[in-house]
Ligand binder design. Sequence first.
Ligand SMILES: O=C(O)CCC(=O)C(=O)O
Ligand SMILES: [Fe+2]
Length: 244
Amino acid sequence: MPKPKASKPSKAPPTAPPPTKVAPPDWPQFKPSLPVVDLTPELHPATSKIATIASFFPKSLCRDYVTFLKTLPLQTTPGKPKRGEAVRVNDRFQIDDAVFARRLWESTGLKEALTENEDLRHLWGGEPVGLNPNIRVYRYSKGQYFDCHYDDSNNLTLPTEPPKAVRTTWTLLLYLTSSSEGCVGGETVFYPNDQKLPSEEIAVSLETGTLLLHKHGEDCLLHEGREVKAGEKWVLRTDLCIER
Ligand SMILES: O=C(O)CCC(=O)C(=O)O
Ligand SMILES: [Fe+2]
């Protein structure tokens, strides 16, 4: 747990070891081929620990993805969190899929957007080399939320040839729905001073197709996925990996 200061449960629940022998899903193709717009990460005006890339997925592709994701065996959060873990109330699907992580990195324009932008290169904490194969899909329905927590950095080995030792430094959240699809609430809200103070909140509203990036590990801001009031919030999560 990188930040023990907060009084609330503050560690994201552990990601149970992803099933290793489960066949990966037949993720829809990226159609139209990506990127559809110039992918320039925009730093949040309040902090350089949050960036967004608008229209990372076009809306039609988000729609295709949600239709597909609904067919996956999502699991509702089991039981009560352990001491010191944040409450996450949503439905989730998790898979270790290095091939899909690589597609998201190499076939979307993301790799170029993060590695070829000289103004932003210093933000990533090292040389970005790919995405975490641990892919998570979240569905939040009315009343569901992810309470305040910090995201940990993890050391991994990417199954490249030869394998690459990496560390995750930023969380990536791809919003697949928003108010355009009838989702009310569900903002990702950050608190810059380790306390849930409404006066200091930095709320990022859902935008269909926007990729939200935020720094994690030691430098992670306390954050939450605010309660969904109506409709469904669908999110795809992975993490940025740098060489270690
Ligand atoms: O759903 C959100 O907006 C936040 C998700 C999150 O914090 C996480 O996956 O660690
Ligand atoms: Fe998080």
